[in-house]
Design a protein around this ligand. Sequence first.
Ligand SMILES: [Zn+2]
Ligand SMILES: [Zn+2]
Length: 362
Amino acid sequence: MGAKDYYKILGVGEKAGASEIKSSYRKLAKQHHPDANPGNKQAEDRFKEISEAYDVLSDEKKRQKYDQMRRFGGSSGFDFSNMDFGGFQGARGARRTKKTSFDGFDMFGGLGDVFSQFFDGNPFKNQGPQPGKDIHVNVNIPFELSVTGGETSFSVSKEKICPSCEGGGAKPGSRVTTCPTCGGKGHVSVLQGSFGVSRPCPRCYGKGQMIENPCDKCKGKGRVHGKRSYTVKVAPNTQDGKIIRLKKEGELGDNGMPPGDMLVKLKVKSHSFFKKEGNNVTCSIELKLKQVMNGTMVRVKTVDGKKVQLKIAPGTQNGTILRIPGMGVEENGKKGDQFVTIRVQVPENPTPEEKEYLRKSA
Ligand SMILES: [Zn+2]
Ligand SMILES: [Zn+2]
């Protein structure tokens, strides 16, 4: 393979400026774009060549190196495409983002998404199959459940394997053939600049197979949206914001790649009656003045959903705190208590007897 004359390929002089190179590239790329020349192998090759030339000449550092090589190597068969542009390799491992950005892509007027990847500008964004992304879900749980522990259920709408075609995308009974473009691999190597880059196959969209009759249910995608219910265990003394990871319940991965995880964030709802203080539960109850004067029995709710009888002694004061042992939060095998604060309602027109009581207790 001899040296390629990138200047000649782009039809510009050796002293051409960046804008001249750019405009020439755009003109040629548009003219030879594979979508504008379907099935034309020559145009495709020319297009790749143009892209490669532009990749080098549009980059100041690469161009400098290229010019240097030309000066020394002349036309004596120097193969520039094997050159290592040191310093670029580090970006190879960079994770791709789903969005491909290319400013000015509109100049091709909707030539299709697949080829926009040619114009990505970054040859190191490997577009090979990717594992599924994690799904984040917030689940509200009742206060009582966060204290006692138990289970909570919720449902999530997400993509799942189509049950009708079992993910194959083919109508049951229809013929499936190996994609001739990628030979069933689902990805193709594209020369971008001086580098071979793996891309999802544009013909089979990464599936590696061609389907004669696509499945009605999923339109051949092999995936459908559906609701799925989950039940997760909630540990006793669960704090607000705790995250439970459900392995492999996230988004499905690309062909052959594992799914992501589901991250369930437990949000503890605040309670109108109970509050948590350390591993104790607190609450307050209102009693009539008569009740505390004469003493009484009251029933108080506990976090386990039951009620406990509390004896209010005659003469109990406003603000008195009573303890219900073992009805708090379990922590390290030890259970806290429930503390009940007595609030006394003062009547608008107290009797002389009540007045006397209030005077004494003030
Ligand atoms: Zn299907
Ligand atoms: Zn293919």
